[in-house]
Design a protein around this ligand. Structure first.
Ligand code: GLC
Length: 553
């Protein structure tokens, strides 16, 4: 079994992780200082959100030089030291590959916009106006039209995200070769893999049709274009497969935006030679523009179970493109805090955070722990629009503020639940000024609950969320049924208890998780001895947010 299946990933959002030099932004040295902490947590692979030079219009997801380190994060020497430190501790390092688009400040785009016959013109997607207006009706995921007119040459360029994030033209073989060259640069340094940003968007229907009827602003329209699998196979052939260091090719994780369970194996099926795994959006917090005034209701447990079941069944299918692998997450830098979504921060903070940890680390797939979730970091109270940094919030505010339904209260209410900034507030290390994240002024406000929720406090307590995570990661490491066993939902119709088994050969693990703050009668799922729980003792009922792992027949 390849390593990546039994591994645990930890996602670092570098700007918010740990600031070593007091400029208010996290940096690579700051990560180096915490490597022992991460190793002790029991994670195997560190994924860093982008660390490359960027004007930060979208916090590094707008890269202006793919082979340079963002100055606020440090230098290439710092990077080399970080990589060596990760390897020395037996962990792996995965970087973020953001190649659906670059920054408009990338030299390729600076050249491209200069003239129609510039050699870099075709590195981006330029179209003439249609009937005096936009080439089609697509809108940006960050509000407004997906096309921006450039006076210099009288054409529009495409940007599925910000106007400062022009989409690269993957139809152009020269662009593809330049991307592969850049990937080799990092692999030659010894990097262990890439998480690939919005990877299903790379290939676009070259006729650039309008939205199909009824699918206005639906991101899945941009995904799974006609040549996507050809491009990914080429990338695999020309780069990934050439860096097999004896324990398999580098790790590849696709951000599977717009990929349905039915399509998943086309990306990750075992004979496809594309990606190791993808993560889907089927349980992500919906954030289309209208959700900024009225958020969608949170997923019920029944809905969550259905999503997980559908994906497990789809990926397990034999034959054809079958038997693919997925990456499991509850939180990341694009979603609010998991304990604020599915837990009860006020009354059962420890219980609900540890229950969610139990589910995350026992599902079928490679789990990713998002920084701060291991101490149960929560959403933050934002009191005005000015407190937000995320361009998605700011743009939605601008776009909606003229509309009839708009009110400041409605907007604030919604973003206090759905905004990405909830996940981006600085990591809470100590109960001291700025949570010990920085000695300077943090780029984004620290959540004031750091006085209660912080690493230092949880490190010394056996009954903390952090200590529970450590017990879980250590137990998972020696439990093949969790890495590789089958998944079977034991009570698919129970509205508040998630009960499932993971079976491999003679080993059977049963997980019971109470997703409510009520006591629930323990459902009849024959099992054996309780080996891990977030309550000191068990009875016939599951206590509020209780999680139990049982082993044996
Ligand atoms: C991905 C990233 C997100 C970013 C977007 C554009 O969804 O995870 O943070 O804003 O792509 O690069």
């Amino acid at each position: 079994m390849p390593d990546f299946r039994s591994s645990i990933i930890y996602q670092i959002y570098p700007r918010s992780f740990n600031d070593s030099d007091g400029d208010g932004e996290g940096d690579l040295m700051g990560i180096i200082q915490k490597l022992d902490y991460l190793h002790d947590l029991g994670v195997d692979i560190l994924w860093l959100s982008p660390i490359f030079q960027s004007p930060n219009a979208d916090n590094g997801y707008d890269v202006s030089d793919y082979e340079a380190i963002q100055p606020a994060f440090g230098t290439m020497d710092d990077f080399d030291e970080l990589l060596a430190g990760v390897h020395k501790r037996g962990m792996k390092l995965v970087l973020d590959l953001v190649v659906n688009h670059s920054s408009d400040e990338h030299p390729w785009f600076v050249e491209s916009r200069k003239g129609k016959d510039n050699p870099y013109r075709d590195y981006y997607i330029w179209r003439a106006p249609k009937d005096g207006g936009f080439p089609n009706d697509w809108v940006s995921i960050f509000s407004g039209p997906a096309w921006t007119f450039d006076e210099a040459t009288g054409e529009y360029y495409l940007h599925l995200f910000l106007d400062k994030q022009p989409d690269l033209n993957w139809e152009n073989p020269k662009l593809r070769q330049d991307v592969y060259k850049m990937m080799r640069f990092w692999f030659d340094k010894g990097v262990d893999g890439f998480r690939m940003d919005v990877i299903p968007f790379l290939s676009k229907d070259q006729s650039f049709p309008n939205y199909p009827p009824g699918r206005f602003a639906d991101a899945s329209v941009y995904a799974n274009g006609p040549r996507i699998h050809e491009f990914l196979q080429e990338m695999n052939r020309e780069v990934l497969s050439r860096y097999d260091r004896g324990d398999g090719p580098p790790i590849s994780i696709g951000e599977g935006i717009g990929v349905t369970a039915e399509l998943a194996n086309l990306y990750v099926g075992k004979d496809r030679h594309e990606l190791d795994m993808i993560y889907h959006f089927d349980h992500a917090v919906p954030r289309d523009e209208h959700h900024f005034l009225k958020r969608a209701p949170e997923f019920t447990l029944l809905e969550l179970k259905r999503v997980f079941d559908t994906w497990n069944v789809a990926l397990e299918q034999e034959g054809g493109t079958g038997k693919g692998w997925q990456n499991i997450y509850f939180g990341n830098h694009d979603n609010p805090r998991v304990v604020s979504r599915f837990g009860d921060v006020e009354h059962y903070h420890y219980e609900s955070a540890t229950m969610l940890a139990t589910v995350l680390l026992t599902q079928r797939g490679t789990p990713t722990i998002y920084q701060g979730d291991e101490i149960g970091m929560t959403n933050c109270q934002f009191n005005s629009i000015h407190e937000f940094n995320d361009v998605q919030v700011l743009n939605a505010y601008k776009a909606l503020s003229g509309s009839a339904e708009f009110s400041d209260e409605a907007f604030l209410k919604s973003v206090n639940y759905i905004a990405r900034d909830h996940a981006r507030t600085p990591m809470q290390w100590f109960n001291e000024r700025n949570a010990g994240f920085t000695t300077g002024r943090p780029w984004l406000n620290v959540n004031l609950n750091y006085t209660k929720i912080n690493v230092a406090d949880q490190q010394v307590r056996d009954d903390s969320i952090l200590s529970f995570y450590k017990r879980l990661t250590r137990w998972r490491r020696k439990t093949p049924a969790i890495w590789d066993g089958t998944y079977n939902d034991l009570l698919p119709n129970h509205p508040t208890v998630w009960a499932y088994e993971r079976v491999l050969d003679e080993e059977r693990i049963v997980v019971l998780a109470n997703f409510s703050d009520d006591e629930v009668y323990v459902p009849q799922v024959e099992a054996g001895e309780v080996i891990l729980s977030n309550y000191a003792s068990q009875s016939f009922t599951l206590q509020p947010f209780e999680a139990r792992i049982l082993v044996g027949y």
